[in-house]
Design a protein around this ligand. Structure first.
Ligand code: ATP
Length: 265
């Protein structure tokens, strides 16, 4: 059994409950008629041009599309890192535009985990300190058992005292993944989380995320260019020119690649 097959939440039942029928799943995050325009008048670029999409709880969704199609903009706006020109986005049943800056910061901190392509670790902190940073900032105490289970599963045990510069890219991203999961967020957003990794480290991270979804009910939304990475997801949403143009359930890398070829880029 590989390390990535063993993730167990201390309080999780031995066997996961059967997956709920799709229509009964609740929504972790959504966008409705989302428009994001940069610039004005004739020079305006519509990075999002009326996107309506829902991300169900306990599912792993990949967002794909040609370069410039609006993938990062969709993720950034749904995650409350950027604002829309019009339309709305919600995390759970909270519409983000109703929140003050302070409330939005708190919601991001308490309910959302982030994994970026450039691991975004604090260079002066050890791996352990980096993982615990979101909880420290929130003034929350770590659940030691959960922390150890995550660290064990991502395979960082002996390197917790190292600083990022002393870790490989794959190890740094494992620290970033552990950091994203340690607070048990309602939803984890990844923007090309394996974009800087070799294929072996990348597939370890993806298998870990998939297991977090299927064993723990974690919700993950990931932007990727890579059909192999997208095949780890339960569902792929395809964007082109700021619109959702297609989606696919239970993707395989071949089917995703075929669909991407039809974009002609
Ligand atoms: N700050 C900005 N100012 C002006 N235009 C922007 C800005 N950010 C994004 N855009 C434009 O919005 C469109 C969508 O960008 P976005 O980064 O969301 O696409 P993407 O699908 O994530 O691209 P890639 O795959 O290349 O990362 C592009 O045309 C981009 O040039």
């Amino acid at each position: 059994m590989s390390r990535t097959d063993t993730l167990q939440h201390p309080a999780a039942p031995a066997t996961p409950p059967p997956a709920a029928p799709q229509q009964l799943r609740s929504i972790a995050a959504s966008a409705t008629d989302a428009v994001k325009a940069y610039g004005r008048g004739d020079a305006a670029v519509h990075a999002l041009d009326g996107v309506t999409v829902a991300f169900e709880r306990g599912r792993f969704t990949a967002i794909m599309g040609p370069s410039g199609s609006g993938k990062s903009t969709l993720m950034q706006t749904v995650a409350g890192l950027d604002t829309l020109t019009s339309g709305s986005v919600s995390i759970g049943d909270v519409e983000l535009s109703t929140l003050s800056d302070k409330e939005l910061t708190r919601l991001r901190r308490d309910r959302i985990g982030f994994i970026f392509q450039a691991f975004n670790l604090v260079p002066t902190l050890t791996a352990e300190e980096n993982i615990l940073l979101p909880l420290d900032l929130a003034g929350r105490k770590p659940d030691r058992e959960w922390f150890e289970s995550i660290v064990d599963t991502v395979g960082l045990g002996s390197r917790l005292g190292h600083r990022p510069a002393e870790l490989s890219g794959g190890q740094q991203q494992r620290v970033a993944v552990a950091r994203a999961l340690v607070s048990r967020p309602e939803i984890v957003f990844g923007d090309e989380p394996t974009g800087n990794l070799d294929s072996r480290s990348g597939s370890e991270i993806l298998a870990f995320l998939r297991n977090a979804v299927h064993q723990l009910g974690q919700t993950v939304v990931m932007v990727t260019h890579d059909p192999v990475a997208a095949a780890y997801a339960d569902r792929v949403v395809f964007l082109a020119d700021g619109h959702i143009v297609d989606e696919m359930s239970d993707p395989t890398s071949d089917r995703v690649l075929d669909r991407m070829k039809r974009f002609g880029r």
